[in-house]
Design a protein around this ligand. Structure first.
Ligand code: SF4
Ligand code: SF4
Length: 430
């Protein structure tokens, strides 16, 4: 099997195909700390792409409640269990070596365990070994996009009494849950693509979007089996598989209403986000290494590579997913490290005590439908001072300006939200 470099793992890994990378890569950052699980994103996607016969249980975008929820049910627990079993069989462990981390090629250290591609080599079926470790969920596991909604884990309070002390004290709440927003990660090394015996799945050269060619697909569901995130879905009425297409006409700048000048536009789920937790864009790729080219003033590059406040979802699977998450501050660290890798503590520290630049860039989330390719910051006056965890922290009312692909200004926001005081003429004056 050829070897490819996975920077999220800090090492080379086995993958069925050699290095071949697009010019740009579709990517996104979600700030879990702000999501309210309103499912506006979920419905924006559903009403655009999956409203037809045979797609009733298909949710390309869903928001689930962790730790108990999942769509399909227990998707992550099941693949983690399969991976753990393979490690046990080999006498290996899914550990990270963080002694020599650093730089953009090994930011979180080195993953010393096996990926789903490496672990699959010993699992033989009638057609040879699996391309990627996986399983096909049962029909009933696809029933609910947010089962166990708002169900917390941990200690319960005395009925009728505020749980007080042990429930809500940072850094970690003892009673906790959080929302996990999910869609296809348009992975750099997609497991769905690796597993397809028909070569019906491909990654677009222009933006790294992973698509299923409906005319080549024969519905074998190898992609459903192999994707560790379970984001390709089988449609019984057409007998082929389908998945998120990253609203690619919008990425191509073909929305005549929002961008008559042809500037790339965010996907429907991103543009609809009420909680302003989503920032989506395109990262310029290094075509040799599969990493991102240095692009210091691109908000995605800054959040993922410079500030390292946003982390990949289950990097140990090995697909190099292009969805990144700012982890929730209140959930147990061990749980978060399993989900987002060893960068969790640094990311939470940075988010808890944000730098001037980070605070300004965070304002860009959902500021515009057009994709922001570059930002600038105009310094403003100091407006606030406090102590966070005993350390002095100052807030400045800086202004962040976002530019689209054509270099046109598309967003201008101050750190302090502008206030409008209604005249006291009538009680309901606006
Ligand atoms: S998340 Fe799954 S479906 Fe999407 S590109 Fe990665 S492996 Fe394929
Ligand atoms: S629209 Fe935004 S805030 Fe609402 S559920 Fe989706 S990601 Fe969360």
């Amino acid at each position: 099997m050829p070897e490819v470099y996975n920077w999220q793992l800090g090492r080379k890994m086995d993958y069925p195909y050699g290095e071949s990378h697009p010019e740009w890569q579709f990517a996104f950052v979600f700030n879990i700390n702000r999501c309210i699980a309103c499912q506006t994103c979920t419905m924006a996607c559903k009403s655009t792409w999956t409203f037809s016969k045979g797609q009733e249980f298909m949710w390309w975008n869903n928001v689930e409640t962790k730790p108990f929820g999942g769509y399909p049910q227990h998707w992550d627990v099941k693949i983690l269990k399969l991976l753990a079993q393979e490690h046990e069989r080999e006498g290996a462990s899914m550990t990270w070596n963080t002694a020599e981390k650093g730089g953009s090629q090994r930011p979180y250290g080195t993953y010393e365990g096996m990926t789903i591609f490496e672990a699959a080599k010993r699992r033989y079926g009638p057609e040879g070994h699996q391309r990627a470790l996986g399983y096909i969920p049962m029909d009933e596991e696809w029933r609910y996009p947010n089962i166990s909604e708002d169900t917390a884990s941990g200690q319960k309070g005395v009925p009728g009494r505020w749980a007080g002390d042990y429930a809500s004290k940072l850094p970690e709440h003892k009673t906790w849950f959080f929302y996990l927003q999910r869609l296809c990660n348009h992975c750099t090394y997609p497991a769905c693509l690796a597993a397809c015996p028909r070569k019906a799945i491909y990654k677009r050269k222009e933006d790294g979007v992973v698509l299923i060619d409906q005319s080549r697909c024969r519905g074998y569901r190898k992609c459903v089996e192999a994707c560790p995130y379970k984001k390709p879905m089988y449609r019984g009425t057409t007998r082929v598989s389908e998945k998120c297409i990253a609203c690619y006409p919008r990425l191509e700048g073909k929305d005549p209403h929002i961008a008559p000048d042809g500037a790339p536009v965010e996907t429907r789920c991103m543009a609809a986000c009420v909680g302003k937790i989503r920032l989506q864009g395109l990262a310029r790729m290094d075509k040799e290494s599969g990493g991102w080219m240095e692009d210091r003033k691109n908000p995605l590059y800054y959040l993922v590579k410079v500030e390292k406040v946003a982390l990949p979802l289950y990097p140990q699977f090995g697909t190099q997913p292009n969805g990144y998450y700012i982890p929730p501050r209140w959930a147990p660290r061990a749980y978060l490290r399993q989900m987002f890798g060893p960068g969790v503590d640094e990311a939470i520290e940075k988010y808890t005590f944000p730098s001037r630049e980070l605070l300004a860039v965070l304002q860009l989330f959902r500021a515009q439908q057009k994709i922001v390719f570059r930002y600038e910051i105009e310094p403003g006056p100091k407006v606030f001072e406090t102590k966070i965890n005993g350390r002095k922290w100052e807030m400045y009312n800086d202004v962040v300006i976002g530019f689209d692909k054509n270099g046109k200004e598309v967003a201008r926001l101050s750190v302090e939200e502008p206030k409008y005081v209604r005249p006291q003429k009538y009680y309901n004056s606006i």
